[in-house]
Every structure is written in C-alpha cells, then in structure tokens.
Write a new protein. Sequence first.
Lengths: 247, 862
Amino acid sequence: MARYGMVINLDRCTGCRACMLACKVENNTPQGICWMYVFRLEEGEYPNVRIWFMPRPCMHCDNAPCVKVCPVGARYMREDGLVATDFERCIGCRYCEVACPYGVNQFNWKKPADNYYLDWHDKELLPVTGGAVPPYKNPDLIEASAREKRHISGGGQRIGVIEKCTFCVHKVEKRMKPACVANCPTQALCFGDLADPDSEVSRLLAQKPSYRLLEELGAEPKVYYLGKIPSTERARQIEEIPCLLKR
Amino acid sequence: MKISRKTFIKSAAATVGALSASRILFRGMEIWTPQSTEAAPVLTEEWIPTTCWIGKQDCGMLARRINGRVVKFEGHPDHPRNLGTLCPKGMAQIMAVYDPNRVKAPLVRTNEKGVPGQWRQVSWDEALTLAGEKIGEVRARDKKLLVWQHGRDKAPALYREAFVSASGATMLCVGAQCSFAAQKAVSYTVGSTGALGADFRHTRYLLAWGWNITGGGGNWLCSITWPRQMLDARDRGMKVVAIDPRLRGSGAFADEWLPIRPGTDLALALALCHVLIEQGTIDRDYLKKYTNAPFLVKEDGHFLRVKDKEQVWDQGTGSAKPCDAEGTVPALEGEFTVGGTRVKPAFQLFKEHIARYTPETVADICGLSADAIRKLGRELGENAMIGSTVIMDGIELPYRPVAIMAYRTGQQELGFQAVRAMVMVMMLLGAVEAVGGQRLGPPGPWGVDENFWLLDEVKIKDPPSDIRLEGSKYFPIGSGNSSMVARVMLDPQKYGVNYIPEVLIIHMNNGALTFPDQNAVWESYKKFKFIVTIDPWLSKTADYFADVVLPAATIEKYEGPLSVSDQYTDATALRVPPMNPLFQSRGEIEIYLDLCEKAGFLFGQGGYLDAINKALALWESHSLDLNRKPTAREILDRWARSRGIEEGIAYFEKKGVKIHGTIPAKRFYGSAQTPPFEGLRHRLYGESLLRYREEMQSRGVEEIYWRDYTAFPVWRPLSMEASPPEYDLYLVTYKMMEFKESRSSHIPLLAELAPEQRLQINPKTARLRNIRDGDPVWIESHNAVTGETRRVEVKVAFTEGIRPDVVAMPHHYGEVARHPWASGQGPTPNALFFSGEGYVANTQDQSYHVKVRVYKSGMSHG
C-alpha cells in the first residue's frame, strides 16, 4: 500500500504563492480559506538579513493529533496515508483546529454559497456558468472517494464544518499529482509514495538532508523540507495574508 | 421520513444532553441524506490550448472545459516559458474572466470628466459610429491630432504596427516607464534590443543588479522563466550577488547583498571598471577587435577621421591606419600625433576618466564599503576567465561566465548612462554575447537593432516634430514619454510645439495611475476633446476621462502572433478563445476592424487590411482581400499558413504552441556571427553623445537637458539631492508577483493575497519617527527643481531587508478600476513621483526616485 507524502525544496521556492491559488481554484475553497499557505520569512538585522519562503500544506501526519481528538470520526487517516475529513460527518466542534500544531484546519464560518468573493448570480453570467458558484466550480469534487465512499474532496461544502488540504485526494485517486505540486513554476514541490524507494520523494530524501516542522511534538508529519536551514524563533513573517491572520 | 442533516442537528440541539450522548454512542446509526440521489451526470471534458492574457510572459495555458464551462486554467506542458505551470496571476485569471464587474456593453459618458463617470449603455454600432466619426474627422484635418496610447499590447503586429501605420496616429507606449532607458543604452552601445540578461545555462557568477527575482521584476520573462533558469543555474553552482537597496526581491537566492544607495549605480559601475583595469582583468583582444576602444580621439573629443574613416594607431608600423584596415595591431593606450594633431585612443581616455572612480570615493557615493567594491571587481575578474574559449555546436566561442541581470536600473535620472556604464563593465571583461556571459537582446535569436545606427545619427529636430519631442533638442535620444507628453500639452510653447492633440485612443492602459506626475497627466487628459478606451474594465482612467468605453474580452479571443521563446527554444503561439467572449465584450482585433471601417480607413490601399498584410508578412497567396472585412480567426489563419503551417490556425487550436526547436549557437550568440557581431564596433566611446551635447548647447537649450550627454558616463550629484534635508529618505518602488501593472489588483483571488498597499520601512528608521509596524503614515515627496510636494497616506510594514535611508512602495495599487475589491486598497506610488526636468533621464525616460519624508498621520508635520 502506498504511503503518500511531500518533499518541499526550499532552495527552489520563490514564495510566489501560485500553489495557494492552484489549490484554491482546484478545490474551490471559499473566501478567507487557504489550505496551502506560503510563509515569507525574514531573520536578522540590517544588513545581516536572511530571507526565505516556506510552503505549508497539511502535514498528513502519521500520528495525527486531529484524528485522535475528532469526537465523531469525521477526521480519519486512509490506508494510503492521506488524512481526510468527511464533511458530512463533521459536526464543526473544531477540536481538530485546536489540536493541530500546524494550524491547517479552517472553519467555514459563513455559508459557502455566499462566500466566494463576488456575486455570481449576475443574470448575464448565468447562461455561461449555469449558476455555478463559484463559476469555476470543479465537478470532480462531488464524487465520493473511490475507496471508502465518503465525501472528502473540495472546500466550501457547507457552513459549520472544518476543511483542510486533502493532498488533492480526488486527483491522487486518479494517479495525478496534487494541484499545488503540478503547478509549481520552479518545481519546488514534490509528491509521491514514501514507501517506494524509487519514487522521486524517496530519492530526494535519500540524497539530501531534510527536516520536518515541529518534529519534537511527535505528530510524524509526512511533509519533509530540503534546503535552507530550519527557521528559529527569531524568524518573522513579512507580507502575511491578513484574512488568514484573523482566523 | 427522510431526515436531512439540518433537521437532525436542529432536533439534536433541542434535546442537547441525551441526544448528544446517544449520537456518540450510536455512531453508526445517524441517518444522512446523501448529497445527491441522482446518478452522476455524464461529463464531457475538453482541454483547449490558449495563451495567458494577464501578465507579460504570454505563458501557454490549457483551459479545462467541462460540459462547456471552463473550470480552470493550467499551464501548457509544452510551452517553453512555463512548462505546464502558472504564476499566481495566471491561476487567478479564471476569476477575471467571469467577473460580473467587467464592462458588459459599450458605454457613453454623460457627465463631465475628471470625476467618476456616469454612463449610458449603448449598442456596439452606436459606440463604434461615435468613435469612428471622431477619429475620421480628426484624421481628415491632421493625423497628428490623433494619439494612440497602448499599455499591454498583446498582438504587436496588429495593434502597434498595423493600426498605427494605417491610422497615422501618434503612438505612445509605456517604454519610458519601463525599460527604454536601459534598452537605448544597450542598443546604442552594442546594438541589441533589450536590457541586461544572462546565458543562464552557462553563467557561473551573476549580479542581480536591481533584479527583483521573486517579485516578477525584470526584463522579458520575469514571472516564471528567469527564476526557473536562475535556480537551475544555482543547482550547478552559480553564485549570485544582489545589488539593491532592498533585499526582498533577490535575497532568498543571493550569496551576498550590496545594499546600494538609490541612484548611484552609475558610480558603482565605473568603480568596477576602475578595479578591473587596475587589476588587469580586461579582454584586450575583444576591445581591440570589436569595440571603438582603439579609435583615435582628438583633443576636441571627436574621432580623428581620414576620408570619413575612424583611425587606429597601428603599433606594427607606428602610424595611424583606418579602423577596418587588415593586419593592424591597434594600440589601446598612449598618446600620438597624426599630421600635427594630438590624439589618444578612446581607451586611453577611458583610463584617464576612470582614474577618479576609486572604490574609496565611490564607496561614499554608493553607501557601500570600498572592500566590498574591490571584492566584487576581483570576483568578476576571476570568474570571467578572460581568454578562455569553449566549443558550442562545433564553433569555438569566447567563454566568459559572468553576467548582470538588470533593467530597472534604467529607471532613474542617470538611467541611460548608468546602464551604459554597466554594459561597459561587461565589455571590459569581453563578456558581451559570450558563452555564459552577458545577454542583451530579447529572448530568441540574436539580431542587430537598427537603433545602433539611428541613435548615433540623430538629426536634431528643432522645433520638435511632434508632442513626443522625439529627436528634439531637449531629448535627442528620446522616444516619447507619456508623462512628458502631458507636460507638453499643458505648455506647448515651452517646448516649441504648436498643436495640442484632440482625440486619444487608449488601448489597455491605465495612464491616470501609471504615469507620474499625476497632476499633469490628469490635466492633460482633460484637454483631449474625445477619449475612447478599449479595456475589459472600467479602469480609473476610463472612469474619469473616457467619452466612450469599448469592452474588450480578456482571454476569450483570437490574438497574436506571439513569439514565446524562453531564450533557448524558439516557439510561436496564439491566444485562442476557450469560450465565447463574455457579456458583449469583443476581441480587440475585431474592434479595430470595425473601428477602422467606421472611420473610413479599413479598405483599400493604405488601409488597415493593407497594413495587416504587411505587418504579418502574409504570402501573396494568403493576403487579405483589401475590400472584404475578415474575422480575427481568418487573419491569424492566413498568418499561420504564411509561416508554412499547413493546417493554419487549426494547428494552434489543437496544439497551442509551435516549437521551432533549440536555437543553435550560431544564431544565439552575437560572438558566433561571421564576422562576430556582424562587424559592429561596440561603442565604449559615445562620440555622438558629445556631438548632441554640443548641438544642444549651440541651440541654447538649458544645461539640465544636455548635462548627461557625455561620451563616457559621468557621475554627478542627482537633482533630487537638492531637496531640503528634512526629506531625508529615498523612495523606491518594486513589483509584486501577485499583480501586473495597474490592471489586476482588483481581481479578488489576487487581492485576497495582498489586499492593501504598504510602505516597507526599516524598523530603526520607523522607531526614530515613533512609528510602529502597521501604523498609518504620511509619505511626502519633494520636487527639488520646482519645489512642489505631494503626499499620500499609507500603512507601513517593517522589514530589516532595506537600507535605513530607503522606503519602498509597490506599484499596482491606486484603486485601479470601478470594482468592489479595488476601493480602499490604498494609493499608487505614482502619486508621489514627478516627471519632467530633473525627474526624467537625459533620454526623457521616467525616473522612479524621489526624496521623501515619512511621519505619523494625525500629526501636522514630522
């Protein structure tokens, strides 16, 4: 059985945030919700300053705190290692949001149909979009996942539930790469089977030193970082995205 | 009874305790309504290849269309520039296409200009008839009264070539706000059309000189392609030195940072020349053979000419010989007498000129350390590997793996000469168009720009021939700057211009925000009698100044042809509509066809169709019939067939991009030509610049115009330094990866990432002014020549990666269009810059430097 993970090469990330938007368009996440986040980081004092960028998807932890705390089993780990959210089971208690050390869970405070940036009910638009909200609504997301027949793809499903990065489960099941990985202009993101020694992710991890975020907490994240050096407490964000800070 | 989730939870809430408990205990027994009880609909999926519209790179796209609805744009895997990926702007285009705030139908203004418009929706026929009448009428009287201003021209052959030539309009572009100062310096010096780029596959040492690597700042392919090529080069060990007042752009990939004071790049370049000459790391062979460095110069600064030919001193015979004589061994140094005239080789004069630009002197000017400058010169000399060669495609070529990436360094008061000085650093190293060395042209095969000769042979027009002052006694090397045009329109007598244009066509440009000085630009727009804009949005400019707005489509149109080389692979593409134009918008090609018809110059000889035949070089068998109006698709089909593509446009509708293959070394490197550089002598010594200076002086033009027309670049204190000392900070600007120009910050997917303008400031600088991170401040600029001030309010953002005497504000903002997401975003820095004398280069190109002061808002003064 595959065990999917990600390797992110920080020596190649230019912080462009295209992955954030690729995810958003593919997964139809509502306004104010971004599953992928790219930190723009700075450390030091003029003129001895270091700048680098760090994409942060869901870590799809092997020992996920969010799975442990979910009272209704909406959050679970699949056999292939993806940590999924059954949005029909989720009761919106937000325990996962509290438990996750990486802050990847996002809550739908608003009714998604009213939370997609603009008014898509413009009558001149309807003949073109057929009323789809948003107009780029992805039909791949309504299918139940192939294996366990749960609805675990896509964002903006309903008010009052949690959502997070799914590693584009709807694409992975078709043997395709997650949207962020496929789109990265500098090929900084790599996705694949950590259990396969010949996969690209395995080869990268074998060739170069890597680290994971907050390893000491024992969540066993499956997202590895190469390149640069791990940030310290002295690192600070620049160019934070305001709507995501307020959450 | 079917219990939906909603009713279940409602009833659960009514009897909280017991029911909650039972839900947990009886987990498997909830009854859910499945999301849909119908069978999944049958979906037909299509992938339509097209070309991104939003940015500069014209990246290849595939539009994913399901049951006729486009749901996503993804990168085209075969397109050499983006290889299956998209930057955030391209990914956000899906929202721009569907945006209900686009202009849906043609609009006619019903109120006065200079305030937000009140609009009447009209039919296309009415709008085109009205605009066509105005254009036709003014053309009949005097074509000079018609002006065509473009911003983003996405089909140059059809717009800025064919339409401009057929209409006779005076064309204004945005080059003066962009790369023109740099391009002119490059074409004057070495004959290429471009700024400074790198042969990334072979470069080993790169100066990111004002190159905003991660912010989409740079010439040509700045969003995706250059960053990727740079990263691949770093994987092979390329070292990067960032020369920039601000670190954010290149800092993540820079091995060293030289935080240079704004506006002093010319001095640094000359100091590097000084170090290179001092340490002897110069390519004498290249200088002797391929530049005018050995040409003999008289005491009056002009070349010695015998029978109209420049001369060199032949060390073999101990005499002067024509510069193109065979078998000479030209001297680079020394002092000689030829027929009683004392002469020196230009290179001798250069050494004398450079002597005073020591690292110690220049360190003070630039705010850097002399050691850092020396080290840079030493590393350039070592890495250049002067004298070495490499075999490329079987040809032995010079190998000089050092390069500068730069273009924004042209956007300053000394821009033209600063870039000349930077090119001269590379000339001394022999790295111009060498393998791994300095690239200077657009991505694609090497070629000579006719400006190499045109800029050397300017016949000064006095009085100026038109409002652009091109080739005038004020700006002999100057190709039009809309900011200057505004000033000319407000005071034509001052510049000797005897007319004010009447009709303005604005093509995809937001000049009311893009062009400093905003006061002058806004006043000049009011002077136009009729303005028609072609734009998908009701831009700020259209809203405040247009008489007629013609809604253009975004990506949903046929457009092209587009050259889409990544510098190594040659390719061509078209923009193909993945859906029909939304609302009543139309592609520009079709708008122009109708507009020309209404204005009376579509058909016949000299009409728009005739001009298209020429601009697209259509084969006779595929030429447009001059008396029948075609569609845009038909025009591009004929173009494709005229390029030997048998399937015509159907090829692009299926495949999206035509790869022509790798550009061979013979066509790639200027040094690989036979003879090298096609025999051009690169201009170390700019004799004609001196000639222009003398003529400008004899025509009585003020010093502020002629002072930077010098044969060698000369450092002088900048005009802005004369501002009073309370204006103690420099304002610089930068681009952001999220946005493109002044036409994207309203797109919600992008605006969400960066919703508001910010002024980047060093924390120490801020604290000295009692300003905390995120505080709103006034930033006030000062014009040292006129004494005017401007100010805007903006919030600050702390960063340690910026010189303490510099503040930085990105472009892109300014409430760019009438759109719910645009309002409240904050100002454009163009509200602070000035134009005109002291704030443009000697080539008339815009400077983006000004002295400012910053103080907390709420206080009357700092």
